[in-house]
Design a protein around this ligand. Structure first.
Ligand SMILES: Nc1ncnc2c1ncn2[C@@H]1O[C@H](COP(=O)(O)OP(=O)(O)O)[C@@H](O)[C@H]1O
Ligand SMILES: [Mg+2]
Length: 248
């Protein structure tokens, strides 16, 4: 049996009386692409923030590379990276300067080569000398992805990585992520509201609703289980139930 790179057990996060994440357990295999799906407020971002050690779980455990995150944070985070719209970067620095800062923080060597490589891979040549404050939201998304890939992590946590990208660049990013997985065994946990992307990218999908896992499996397995035509239909069914407070 392959040892999972990520093992989440009974994870819960409460904000006062409210459980944003309500006792979820799942694992991720090396090289797996895992999609975290669910309506707004389902607990996806809260889950990712716990996996990154940015917020502390109320109860439950997170093991990454077989180590407990709470007591091995620094070792683990050296080999993990993430992208999301909520990270902020020094706005007065150029895109390239920001990438240098990240490279230095992670203690990378051969920085000029790596920065050039990532700028090319993400087709950022035309704005890599712009100050970060002047970037469009799609360009911002690309710099956060560049930052995430720059450190050659073993696990990537991506919170809505393609949300503000045009379809062409979104497609290129998906191809790039799959290529990284193929060439370096990268494992990816990501969220998206793009159902086609979920179907195309994910080896497995975890469906969150009001902090709980309500479905898990391949896109096809989930579609079949809920007796719907496609993932979009499953999503609409579950999201509407979620809004009226019904049971799945
Ligand atoms: N710091 C916080 N304090 C109180 N409630 C929060 C906090 N962060 C998130 N929540 C609530 O937790 C729930 C899950 O949020 P989130 O994880 O951002 O959902 P998602 O990313 O799936 O849209 C939401 O109801 C949100 O309002
Ligand atoms: Mg979110």
């Amino acid at each position: 049996m392959t040892i999972p790179v990520l093992q989440v057990t009974n994870l819960q996060k409460r904000f006062g009386d409210f459980a944003a994440v309500d006792g979820i357990s799942f694992s991720m295999k090396p090289g797996e692409i895992l999609g975290l799906l669910g309506p707004n407020g389902a607990g996806k971002t809260t889950t990712i923030q716990m996996l990154l050690g940015l917020i502390t779980p109320t109860t439950g455990s997170i093991q990454i590379f077989g180590l407990d995150l709470s007591s091995n944070r620094e070792t683990i985070l050296q080999q993990v990276n993430f992208s999301s719209t909520y990270i902020s970067m020094p706005q007065a620095l150029t895109v390239e300067e920001n990438l240098w800062v990240v490279a230095r923080l992670y203690g990378l060597t051969d920085i000029a080569r790596r920065v050039n490589e990532i700028v090319k891979k993400l087709e950022m040549e035309d704005f890599c000398h712009k100050v970060t404050r002047k970037l469009s939201s799609g360009q911002m998304t690309r710099i956060t992805l560049a930052k995430a890939l720059l450190t050659e992590p073993k696990i990537l946590f991506l919170d809505e990585p393609t949300a503000s990208l045009d379809p062409d660049i979104a497609e290129k990013i998906r191809a790039l992520l799959k290529e990284e997985r193929r060439s370096s065994g990268l494992s990816i946990l990501y969220t998206s509201h793009n159902m086609r992307e979920m179907e195309e990218m994910s080896d497995r999908i975890i469906f969150l609703q009001r902090g709980k896992i309500v479905a898990e499996g391949t896109a096809q397995e989930i579609v079949t289980r809920f007796g719907q035509a496609d993932l979009e239909e499953v999503f609409l069914k579950l999201a509407r139930e979620s809004r009226i407070g019904g049971k799945p």
